[in-house]
Design a protein. Sequence first.
Length: 402
Amino acid sequence: MGLTMQERKKLTIETAKKYCAARKREKGTILNVFVSQTGYNRKYAIYVLGKTAEVKTVNFNSCPKERVCLKKQQSEKKRVYKPVYGEDVVQVLEKIWMTFDFKCAQLLVPFIRTNLDYLASKDVFGITPEIKIKLAKISSATVDRKLRAIREKTKLRSISTTRYTSNLNHLIPIRVFFDMNERKPGFFCGDTVAHCGENNSGQYIITFTTTDIGSGWTELKALLNKAQRWIKESLDALEKSVPFPILGFHSDNGDEFKNYTVYEWCKTHEVEFTRTRPYKKNDNCFAEQKNFTEVRALVGYSRYEGEETLTVMNELYKNWCLLINYFYPCLRLKSKDRVNSKIIKRYEEAKTPYQRLLESPDISEDVKQSLREKKQALDLLELKRNVDILQEKLLKMSVKAK
């Protein structure tokens, strides 16, 4: 057990008195003992002892005498830091954060940098040239601190409607991981989200989520129910809407996927069809993570029924998918290593699916040019306004729990 801080201070005062009054040879001996007792570095020990006491000459009865005195310890002035990012920057950050779906700092910062010129051109955000310079270099850690005061956390849960089915097990192979060859665009993961509220009886709308493993390109489609024909029609629509061919499709063991209709579709279109292990949700992690970030965070946990609601939800998803694919950055896992009991994850730089497709060597230049032209025709704020209007309209159409 070493000395406590109070014991070190007392020892320093007593040793400093002896050290100041001692001769040169004696100082070395005192210093050796002091270093061994405190564990200080030798140079630091000399500094501390010299700072604590000194020898002064005082007059006593008109006779000069030397006397050891303790030095007055000057209180160190506390540094005053002038904040680089003032209240004006914080207000702009809050407006952007609330306008574009309350993103975490790791995704908000690359979003701001990519669209900074566009955001600065809009008067609604009030971005001056000085604020623009600061936003261009602000870090995600600083954004986290600045937005901490207004960030609210909510925890919501929903009902799982996935039911394991054992048919076609011998025809559809199990896959538990994806190698680097499948990081090129074309390998999709699919899953469904039930909008049944707190009661999963009767007919209710479901969302069919498909996401590309390599680029993060995500397509959402609202379906009237879990009938096989709707899944097949959604796969046909997916093939027409994505700017690259579908090479593989991976799903869980729900009966809406594991059936002859979907199996024959994949076989006809030469798409590799694989499935997860039963009750192993992480085998389909690429689609599962989108179920909350792109579906639940958008439409919530209410119950939705009927064709009119279905039309509004699909219109909402149409605008939302343009936002998340062309403008909203997402993270992609680079590596995952286990060190003893700790798992260390490293992520690539946050980019939009659109950016990843432009950087991919597997996408032709014609397709890339088509993507550039399509993005050029989109307006970020107009898309966001459409999403907000349709989202508010959809929430009014939710069915109250009975």
